[in-house]
Design a protein around this ligand. Sequence first.
Ligand code: HEC
Ligand code: HEC
Ligand code: HEC
Ligand code: HEC
Ligand code: HEC
Ligand code: HEC
Ligand code: HEC
Ligand code: HEC
Length: 249
Amino acid sequence: MKIPEQVQRLAIVVGVLLAVVLIGRFVLLPSRLVARELHQTATIEREVVKPVRYAGSTACADCHDDVVVKKAKGYHKGLACEGCHGPAVKHAEDPGAVKPAAPRDRKFCPVCHAYDPARPTGFPQINVTAHNPLKPCITCHNAHDPVPPRTPRDCAACHGQIERTKAVSSHALLACTTCHATPEQHKRSPRRATPSKPETREFCGGCHAADAPLKTGAIKDAPKVDLGTHGRSYPCWQCHYPHLPEGRS
Ligand code: HEC
Ligand code: HEC
Ligand code: HEC
Ligand code: HEC
Ligand code: HEC
Ligand code: HEC
Ligand code: HEC
Ligand code: HEC
């Protein structure tokens, strides 16, 4: 049987491609890119000749014990010294000759603390334009132990995004503490004492069940639902974000 001519032509093209790949793989590529051991050695050699720039936090403890001890007790305990002071190996080797910079400028701290909705819940954030403007941050906060000079009064100081969300919702007039019993200590050390969160459908039913009374002092009555059937038996916040509860039909 005769092989059709178009198949023969295709075979030539495939053959040429195969040859190019094989030659590239075995002749043109340097062996250190192909053999794994050689590749690893080459990478290690390349990295090892780079100069060391960071001394590491343990190095600072030899001479700045006071700062290390202070920082370890404060909010900034998780931060590396050189994260703020820059690479300091030269300083650690010869402190008299080289001094690391200290970020005293107001521009520096907002890198981590400027308001950004992508940051985790409760991460201390400020509105840089409104928060005690013009003065450098270190006039009021010690960089190594930045405890605020007074305890914040408002939940919004740390939960700004939730406050702003709630402010445009139908729950705007409900205080946070209506739904979260908050120990005073939460504002001083938020992770050690946490507020309560509603746990049952009946909690929301306290205002929204068909037979719920008008709360004393309430400016407006809450819309009612049949607690027995509405939303079946799921928790209310499965469907209604409590800080912006508007239902969608
Ligand atoms: C061998 C001892 C030694 C080590 C290790 C050392 N320092 Fe220092 N450091 C000093 C001395 C001494 C001074 C004071 C220099 C002066 O005022 O002349 C100083 C000053 C400083 C200053 C003040 C600069 C200023 O503007 O006032 C900073 C910041 C600093 N060190 C950061 C660090 C950091 C971060 C590390 C760790 C990576 C470190 N040091 C490791 C001895 C040391
Ligand atoms: C959040 C950023 C930040 C971190 C983290 C940080 N520092 Fe500082 N550090 C500063 C700032 C800002 C100053 C300047 C303070 C001033 O002038 O009042 C400073 C000042 C210093 C000084 C000068 C003397 C003094 O005590 O004010 C030394 C020494 C120092 N830091 C060492 C360290 C060491 C060691 C660590 C790690 C244990 C560290 N810093 C971690 C921001 C930081
Ligand atoms: C690399 C990121 C980073 C930088 C830079 C930084 N911080 Fe912080 N800061 C943190 C972290 C992390 C915490 C602890 C947050 C927590 O406990 O949830 C914190 C906590 C704080 C708090 C405590 C807030 C509260 O919960 O009451 C203050 C105040 C503060 N920082 C001020 C500063 C100041 C002033 C500077 C500049 C000198 C600064 N921070 C630079 C990461 C940073
Ligand atoms: C004039 C003093 C002052 C200056 C300057 C200042 N703060 Fe504050 N900061 C405070 C006080 C007071 C609080 C306590 C909360 C409140 O009442 O606003 C606070 C709280 C904070 C908090 C925690 C959020 C909270 O409310 O617990 C962070 C983070 C913070 N400040 C960072 C900064 C940064 C970053 C700068 C510089 C851009 C700065 N602060 C400048 C006085 C100051
Ligand atoms: C000084 C900052 C700060 C203030 C002020 C603050 N919180 Fe918090 N809050 C936090 C932090 C940080 C967390 C996160 C704790 C965690 O993730 O473990 C948190 C968590 C919470 C949680 C979630 C608890 C959980 O178990 O998931 C609730 C609810 C809450 N806060 C309510 C409030 C209310 C209500 C107020 C005002 C009365 C308030 N907070 C004031 C910092 C603060
Ligand atoms: C109508 C009741 C209600 C009000 C008012 C309310 N919350 Fe909540 N909040 C809840 C419920 C319910 C949850 C739990 C939601 C879940 O588990 O999905 C919650 C969860 C949270 C959480 C943890 C998880 C999250 O959603 O980020 C924080 C923090 C929080 N609330 C803070 C606040 C603050 C601050 C205010 C005031 C600005 C506030 N809440 C007002 C009902 C409420
Ligand atoms: C203290 C009483 C109170 C509690 C507790 C309460 N709410 Fe409300 N809620 C109201 C009031 C008042 C309104 C109506 C405000 C208005 O119409 O301006 C409302 C409005 C609503 C709406 C209607 C939004 C729309 O479509 O207009 C929903 C949904 C809702 N709440 C869900 C919940 C959920 C879920 C919970 C429990 C986490 C809860 N509420 C807890 C008082 C309450
Ligand atoms: C399975 C999802 C789901 C669950 C769970 C759920 N809801 Fe709803 N809810 C809705 C939807 C969808 C709407 C809007 C359409 C409608 O009115 O039925 C709504 C509307 C509402 C309204 C507005 C009624 C009006 O007349 O404006 C209130 C108030 C309400 N829900 C409260 C609650 C409460 C309180 C709970 C918990 C006991 C709850 N919901 C559980 C889905 C749910």
